[in-house]
Design a protein around this ligand. Structure first.
Ligand code: 3PG
Ligand code: MG
Length: 399
């Protein structure tokens, strides 16, 4: 990477201001249900703390636009303290005199977590508070971005802040690791290179589909967006999920791509419910009135699983059916199982899909799976080839 790296910084006696993406899923009673984004930032965090520097962490959680206790980072600071086995105090805010004093008072090896950066509207809309990134910047001597999952956002704490750290803003180890998996997909993938794109909406994924089609040997489409593609082919889709405004785009993508695979059979239901009546149909027969597509069917699972054995590299974003409902989870789970039993290098993005595959117990034992910590960020990287939160960092010194 042509950006300054955390390991290039002379840390001794300095304060490091690090942006992390601790936007983790919480249960209704405020418990963390998946801490993998926190765990993934530990290498950078531990490196700073053991190299004579103190550390101030910035993150967002959820999408608040003003202070809201429901989105406090308190449970995250608590979890990080458990993982590091040392105290992680939480500042009452992310800027201001009191917070600046807390930062200055840190000793080498100590850590401070700032309260949710999105409690200030200046985070997402810097024009509302042009001084906000500068206030944040006062807290540290160096800025490190390790928030891969938020680096597709051009926000104060991910992009605008670097202006105040000339030649002093660097990429953390998680960002470097993510790019070491994602960049080769754009530049030098091992072939056959396949991609599976699922999920509900074409509107958010058309760009990445378009760009991936130039690179992959085959692209497999599942999930809710399939029905807009089927509609574009003139197939009846009953009451399935469908984006009317995207039919034209789906048609264009289909026309230009011989390598697109759509499901050949589907599991359909007479209501959007796990308890609904269900049956398997051939796609070419169309979906009857009053029924909707909920998952890929058994023939599709079998055919795709066989094809995936031949893949060398595979990128997967988005579930293939309504996997939250047990009756419609089979497509996603059986394809994951087939990939787990293959030798394919699989890169998986997207919080929901990653959590589902981990829950199946495939998290740790599949060393040929890489779980990206950024769903949206990984997709935007594959669509545009760069991300604003990484572009904004200082360039590496010529060697
Ligand atoms: C994510 O979870 O996708 C990232 O943390 C970014 O969050 P956002 O979509 O609310 O900007
Ligand atoms: Mg998101």
């Amino acid at each position: 990477m042509d950006k300054l790296s955390l390991k290039d910084l002379s840390l001794k006696g300095k304060r490091v201001l690090m942006r992390v993406d601790f936007n983790v899923p919480l249960s209704q009673d405020g418990k963390i249900t998946d801490d993998s984004r926190i765990v993934a930032a530990l290498p950078s965090i531990k490196y700073v703390l053991t190299h004579g520097a103190s550390l101030i962490l910035i993150s967002h959680l959820g999408r608040p636009t003003k202070p809201d206790p429901q989105f406090s980072l308190a449970p995250i600071a608590k979890r990080l303290a458990e993982l590091l086995q040392r105290p992680v105090p939480l500042a009452p805010d992310c800027i201001g005199l009191q917070v600046e004093k807390m930062a200055v008072d840190l000793h080498p090896g100590e850590i401070l977590m700032l309260e949710n950066v999105r409690f200030h509207p200046g985070e997402e809309e810097p024009e509302k508070d042009p001084s906000f990134p500068e206030h944040l910047a006062r807290l540290g001597d160096f800025y490190v971005n390790d928030a891969f999952g938020a680096s597709h956002r051009a926000h104060a704490s991910t992009a605008f802040i670097t202006k105040y750290f000339p030649a002093k803003s660097a990429a953390g180890f998680l960002i470097e690791k993510e790019l070491s998996f994602l960049s080769p997909l754009l530049h030098s993938p091992n072939h056959p290179f396949y991609a599976i794109i699922g999920g509900a909406k074409i509107s958010t994924k058309a760009g990445v589909i378009h760009n991936l089609l130039k690179r992959v040997d085959a692209l497999f489409l599942g999930g809710g967006m399939t029905f807009t593609f089927l509609k574009a082919k003139g197939i009846e889709i009953g009451s399935s999920l469908f984006e009317e405004g995207e039919v034209k785009r789906a048609k264009e993508l289909l026309q230009n791509a011989k390598s697109i695979h759509l499901p050949s059979d589907l599991v359909i239901a007479d209501a959007f419910s796990n308890k609904a009546n269900r049956k398997v149909i051939e796609v070419k027969e169309g979906i009857p009135e009053g029924w909707q597509g909920m998952d890929i069917g058994p023939k599709t699972i079998h055919a795709w699983s066989k094809l995936f054995q031949k893949a060398s590299t595979l990128f997967w974003n988005g579930p293939l059916g309504v996997f939250e409902m047990p009756h419609f989870a089979k497509g996603t789970f059986e394809i994951a199982t087939a990939l787990a039993n293959s030798k394919t290098d699989v890169i998986i993005g997207g919080g929901d899909l990653v959590a589902a595959i981990r829950q199946m117990g495939m998290g740790n034992q599949c060393d040929h799976f890489y779980f990206s910590t950024g769903g949206g960020a990984a997709l935007e990287f594959l669509e545009f080839g760069h991300l604003p939160g990484i572009d904004a960092l200082s360039s590496a010194k010529p060697k």
